[in-house]
Design a binder for this molecule. Structure first.
Ligand SMILES: CCCCCCCC/C=C\CCCC(=O)SCCNC(=O)CCNC(=O)[C@H](O)C(C)(C)COP(=O)(O)OP(=O)(O)OC[C@H]1O[C@@H](n2cnc3c(N)ncnc32)[C@H](O)[C@@H]1OP(=O)(O)O
Ligand SMILES: Cc1cc2nc3c(=O)[nH]c(=O)nc-3n(C[C@H](O)[C@H](O)[C@H](O)COP(=O)(O)OP(=O)(O)OC[C@H]3O[C@@H](n4cnc5c(N)ncnc54)[C@H](O)[C@@H]3O)c2cc1C
Length: 664
């Protein structure tokens, strides 16, 4: 029935102010209002419909994306939207497109690595979309190993130009989003060669296609790399391949904030560290952490609402069966994901602050916090995307058979999201960067330079190596200090253990390679500690609204204790807790699930997602799942006719043949 709220009874159980929780989730009242307005604008515009996406063939799918992306740009201009509003509008359109890379990487690369003069020349064109750009770093042969890229940029002093060339098949650029069919320009990463000498990897602005007829410029071969995982999903994006045959660009198209090449072909290094060539990746990793909470919360919203609608077993005296959300097993799989979505939201907020802070310091030539910013963005990108990808798949299973239907929204969400574990740095490769940072920190302990920021806990290494958990009863695990000390002791002990093993190798690089699996585990422990501690820090803020803070305390408890339970092997092996204390943590966790239960629907309502954005029958706000599933089945093109195409050609002859066999 239209207009009936099938989740109304659930909503009546709520013990906190949902409207205030929406503000906490959004980050501020202003952000909430902008998001809410943009989400509704997109949801109410039929051009942004997306329910037929998984049915479209690649060419139609791609053209449809072009239509939506250009229409979105038209609306952004007509409505004179601010940068913040425009970016929200694009995210609610919810379809990967060339514009993501243009705004998300091409523009930031020029901003971060271009000189003032270069920014003045290129940014106005990019801001008006008079040129469209991509980020062309990865090659067929190398993605993770950036130093291994093969494309060359050789300076020709005769003409004051760089010659960009792809010397081998494996040097072909491979993957850049927006490159395949749309981009007119790219920031291309290549090995700089001056007078026969190599000078490392640098970024160059290269025009790829004519601004008149869109044909590739002379010397350039460019195409799409082909279909990717899943239907719909990331196939809306034209990830591309690109080869250069001695393509000439003016000298001033090398991005020269970090190093400059002079007219006579000499390199001049500025005070800026060379790692800033990697700066765009740091920026994007930070945004990916913020996006993880969005993707995970979408999946959890669908699984939570459906778990309250779905009933199986347990009917007594002809009464209703049990809502599957009431099964403890369902809660133990679902509620940690719900808590993780909130945890990632808050750590993403903090990481944005850290990134802004490091950017301001860099502008003042203070590079001291760059290593920590790199470790935090790399580690948290890795941790949050891995948990989110697994969490979307778990949400699908939490919805039983119906979760496998495209109309649940979960298969496409998974297919779109899962490459986040690979792009912008493979998650294992990134955790190894965190491990390097940790080993360096441990080796410098006692050098008189106290560790600061997220590794300041290492400054209390002696205490953390010796302390023992003081928990005596389950409720003691609600004490933030008890939880924090447990996570600090676990992380510190795992790092120290790795450092001790490393010190036995005469060749440290060999040791690092041999111990890399243990090192990744230590890095994960460190990153989980950051997420837990940022959740506790959030709780120290003034949080208005009836019962809002209380709910967040419960979620923080669920987040930290479920990690403690899942990784109890680490906590036990490092001898910080006893088996009895591990068991008490689990008892407390179960109790916390009971406290989440009456508030579960309201906690996902607080994400404020429109039905359009969720794109899921199972997750629709009113919970009226069954009629909608039934109607959607009839909309499938296979049901356009009662007798399917192919009956005469295949089914009829088959049945006839079986008849003959039966007669024999
Ligand atoms: C709101 C808009 C958002 C839009 C977002 C759109 C999303 C669209 C979806 C997809 C886009 C995907 C785009 C891409 O995938 S682009 C390609 C990304 N590629 C990678 O991430 C490659 C990964 N590899 C690397 O980053 C590096 O090569 C490396 C693994 C870090 C190793 O590098 P290298 O060999 O040079 O370095 P070393 O290990 O020798 O380390 C040298 C020292 O440098 C430090 N370091 C490394 N990286 C950084 C950095 N980024 N910043 C600062 N410092 C860095 C490292 O720690 C070493 O320091 P030390 O002190 O130990 O010497
Ligand atoms: C959807 C999508 C969009 C993309 N968009 C862009 C883009 O716009 N621009 C761009 O330039 N690139 C883009 N990429 C490329 C992406 O950044 C790379 O694929 C990514 O950095 C991983 O590199 P790789 O493919 O070389 O993986 P590999 O490094 O080959 O990884 C293969 C395996 O080897 C392991 N491995 C590699 N090195 C080590 C090591 N040192 N120690 C231990 N294990 C290791 C990895 O963990 C992994 O299991 C995109 C990729 C995808 C999937």
């Amino acid at each position: 029935m239209e207009g009936v709220d099938y989740l109304a009874d659930e909503r009546k159980k709520t013990e906190f102010d949902v409207e205030e929780m929406k503000i906490v989730w959004a980050g501020s009242r202003h952000t909430f209002e902008v998001s809410d307005r943009m989400a509704k604008l997109v949801a109410n515009d039929p051009v942004f419909r997306k329910d037929d996406r998984v049915m479209l063939a690649r060419k139609d799918l791609f053209k449809n994306t072009l239509r939506k992306a250009t229409y979105a740009w038209k609306r952004i201009n007509e409505l004179r939207l601010s940068e913040e509003e425009a970016s929200k509008l694009r995210s609610f359109v919810d379809e990967p497109a060339f514009t993501d890379l243009h705004w998300g990487m091409f523009v930031p690369a020029i901003k971060g690595q271009g000189t003032d003069e270069q920014q003045k020349k290129w940014l106005p064109l990019a801001y008006k979309m008079q040129i469209i750009g991509c980020y062309a770093q990865t090659e067929l042969g190398h993605g993770s190993n950036v130093q291994g890229l093969e494309t060359t940029a050789t300076f020709d002093p005769q003409t004051d130009e760089f010659v960009i060339h792809s010397p081998t098949l494996t040097s072909s650029k491979w993957w850049p989003g927006g490159l395949g069919k749309v981009s007119t320009h790219g920031v291309v990463y290549a090995r700089l060669i001056l007078d026969g000498q190599e000078h490392g990897i640098h970024g160059f602005i290269v025009q790829l296609r004519s601004l008149e007829d869109h044909r590739p410029l002379p010397g350039i071969t460019v195409a799409d790399i082909g279909m990717k995982f899943g239907s719909g999903a990331y196939n809306t994006m034209d990830n591309g391949l690109l080869r250069f045959d001695h393509v000439r660009i003016p000298r001033d198209q090398m991005l020269m904030r970090v190093s400059q090449v002079t007219r006579d072909g000499k390199i001049v290094q500025s005070d800026v560290p060379r790692q800033l060539v990697y700066g765009t990746m740091v920026y994007v990793r930070q945004t990916i952490v913020q996006d993880a909470s969005i993707a995970l919360s979408r999946a959890v919203c669908i699984a939570t609402r459906y778990s309250a609608v779905r009933r199986q077993f347990g009917s007594s005296n002809g009464g209703p069966e049990t809502q599957v959300i009431d099964y403890k097993t369902q809660q133990s799989r679902l509620f940690p994901l719900l808590a993780s979505a909130y945890a990632f939201r808050f750590v993403g907020e903090w990481l944005k602050w850290l990134y802004t802070d490091v950017t301001q310091r860099l502008q003042a030539n203070d590079f001291s916090t760059l290593p920590e910013a790199h470790a935090c963005t790399a580690g948290l990108k890795s941790l949050t995307t891995s948990v989110t990808a697994d969490g979307i798949e778990e949400s699908r299973k939490l919805c039983g058979g119906h979760g496998y239907l495209a109309s649940s929204g979960l298969p496409e969400l998974f297919a779109v999201y899962v490459p986040a574990c690979t792009y912008e740095g493979d998650n294992t490769v990134l955790m190894l960067q965190v491990a390097r940072f940790l080993m360096k920190t441990v080796s410098q302990l006692g050098s008189g330079k106290p560790p600061v920021g997220t590794i300041s806990y290492m400054g209390r290494i002696e205490q953390l190596m010796q302390c023992r958990c003081a928990v005596k009863k389950a409720g003691d695990w609600l004490n933030p200090n008890a939880v924090l000390e447990a996570f600090e002791a676990r992380a510190a002990r795992m790092s120290v253990s790795c450092a001790q093993k490393l010190s036995k190798f005469s060749n440290p690089e060999e040791g690092f390679a041999e111990l890399s699996a243990d090192l990744v585990e230590a890095a994960v422990a460190h990153c989980q500690l950051i997420v837990v501690s940022k959740f506790f820090e959030k709780l120290q803020q003034d949080i208005p609204g009836k019962g809002v803070k209380r709910q967040l305390e419960v979620l923080c408890g669920v987040y930290s204790l479920h990690l403690l339970h899942k990784h109890q092997g680490d906590f036990l092996a490092t001898s910080y807790i006893t088996p009895k204390q591990a068991s008490l943590a689990n008892d407390q966790l179960r109790e916390l699930y009971s406290q989440v239960r009456p508030n579960a629907i309201a906690l996902v309502d607080a994400f404020n997602y429109t039905d359009h954005y969720l794109g899921s029958i199972l997750g629709c706000y009113d919970g009226n799942v069954y009629p909608k599933l039934y109607e959607a089945a009839w909309r499938d093109p296979l049901n356009d006719s009662v007798i399917p195409d192919g009956y005469e050609q295949y089914i009829r002859p088959l049945l006839k043949q079986q008849l003959r066999v039966a007669k024999l």
